[in-house]
Design a protein around this ligand. Sequence first.
Ligand code: BGC
Length: 707
Amino acid sequence: MNTKEKLAELTQLNPICFGHSSITALTGPDFGLRVDDSIQSSIGSVLNCDNANDMISIQKEHLKNSPHNIPLLFMADIIHGFKTIFPIPIALGCTFSPENAKKSSQVAAKESAVSGIHVTFSPMADLVRDPRWGRVMESTGEDPYLNSLMSAYSVLGYQGDNVADKYNIVSCVKHFAGYGVPEGGREYNTVELSNATLHDMFLPAYRSALEAGAKMIMTSFNTINRVPASSNSYLLQDLLRKEWGFDGVVISDFNSIDEVINHGVAQNGYEAAEKCLNASVDIEMMSTHYIDTIEQVINDGLLEENALDNAVMRVLELKNQLGLFENPYKDANIEEENTIHLCKEHRELARNIAHESAVLLKNDNVLPISNGKKIGLVGPFACSPHVLGGWSAGSTKGVSLYEGLLEEFAPEDILLSATDELGSMFDNIYDIPNISSNLIDDLHQCDTVIVALGENQQDTGEGASKTNLRLSPNQELLVKTLKESGKKIVTVIFSGRPLEIKPIVDYSDSILQAWFLGTESGNAITDLLLGKANPSAKLSMSFPVTVGQIPVYYNCTNTGRPKANTPKERYVSKYLDCPNEPLYPFGFGLSYSTFEISNLEISTVEKITASVCVKNTSTIKGNETVQLYIRDLTSSVSRPLKELKGFSKVTLDANESTTVSFDITKDMLSFYTETSKVFEKGYFDIMIGNSSDNLLQKNIYVDENIL
Ligand code: BGC
């Protein structure tokens, strides 16, 4: 290969550049990017082509012209399913089930593989703390341990044992690193993180995905501690390549090599390309600075030809591992698209995972409701099929709540009112119409009203930061009006982020946080509302009382002046007008069953084991997620008040009890100071319970001898 061909191999363009219009998404600037015809035939990969027909024709055409017969790699954003859409990742996190991450990723891999996709840009392992940021929906939440497990299992699901095998695709973990905490929650904004926090909280999930075998990683848009992630030689060279030993492919984010110029770290494309390739970003996504400038960079002695060759080899090696040199179409198959996409088995799994994803936040004896009586159904999500959640590449509609309820209720028993859909802020629509004065008349025959509220799914995801997290005024008014008329209110919230729902809590007898549950949304919510499925999900991200508290997350450190018990004390760390605690914390979620966790015991014979007794104190079979948290009381740096270190999801029959134990390892007690992980002997609080704010606690002393 000559140098130009090598550089083209490192360039990723979308299908438009190949004369095709079908793309699942274009999430960045479209500069009408084109390359010379002489280069086009050597381009290495395609972004977001979404069907077998186009893939096959692009690949065929490409191979006719490719000077070295090198097939194209097809990459796409398969984030929470391809055609069968699963709950959005923040909701998947609430299942506390790595197995769900694996199974849903397996299905996503199969459905996209038959459409000709070889690589998915998933999982997003970015830890999140700020619900103003639209992309919290793509993360599994605020905890590094949960994120690590979910990311690793997603990788296992996508890639299987061997990516060359049928229906497996390559997983590209993203966005390296720290993209999840842009200042002010504003998209693409600056990230500042101490090394200790970066290592302790933000890096583990990316690393865990790589340890699970992810063959690719994507850089992020942001600067981190002043250096753009895409040209960050500390992150990419020192840490990723040298310390972690990653020898797979690094890809930039969409145009993020070019954006190094806007960050003010390169004057032009030449400098940006030099910095990013030297930092070891192999593939340039949707800009062409490598093609345009790297020959000159090499001639100027600023990059070794060897570095270019290594990057090209990594890409070719990936193609080889996928078996593309033998079969450039891999699993692309138009007939199989018809039989596999949205098949019964996939939808069933999506429905079951959705049962485990929706979080019951409040229940004052209203749920489950029974069919047979008349119910009211109101609000912008009552009949809306737009419930898949952003990044649902291959599908547009899911089962609406109304459609789901119609499976259980006679049409005349569902009284509809005020069901206008909520528009998107991108169209300058901020609210539903004023509620009509007929509302109560429409609903007079029923006692219980399901109020389906939320935010438009388009107002979540990339480029959807917000400063106001309240439901729109008319939605708040809707709940209040209904409650004041004496109805029992079941509020179902559709959102891609924790919203500020405090204003409607008192007007709701029950609240189900449904997030966006994907294809089977309406069916799964109906199952939950009727008790055909018992809620078991736990929040993967804290819900703020007010936007002014953000960031509010459970694994924070103490201050020198923690909040005192005496309310009058002035000089302590608190707000005058709001509690420090979130409205609903990480790990919280109710069930129709009730559970009692008792008898925390810690044994230090040979190893450290903590155990509790868990009892289902109700007459309903249910699942409880027993959570282990640890606090290191004194160490060389300030440590979080509690950190999740283990969990176990148990299923218990009515009145059944069991013992749940956790082995406490040295790794669980270790932490990062600056860049190295250390264990320091001392006192630790061991806490077990069913929410980060409902824990039994014991204190133990641990030194090397016990571990
Ligand atoms: C997003 C990535 C995505 C890429 C390709 C970017 O705008 O940040 O998450 O994978 O586009 O579509």
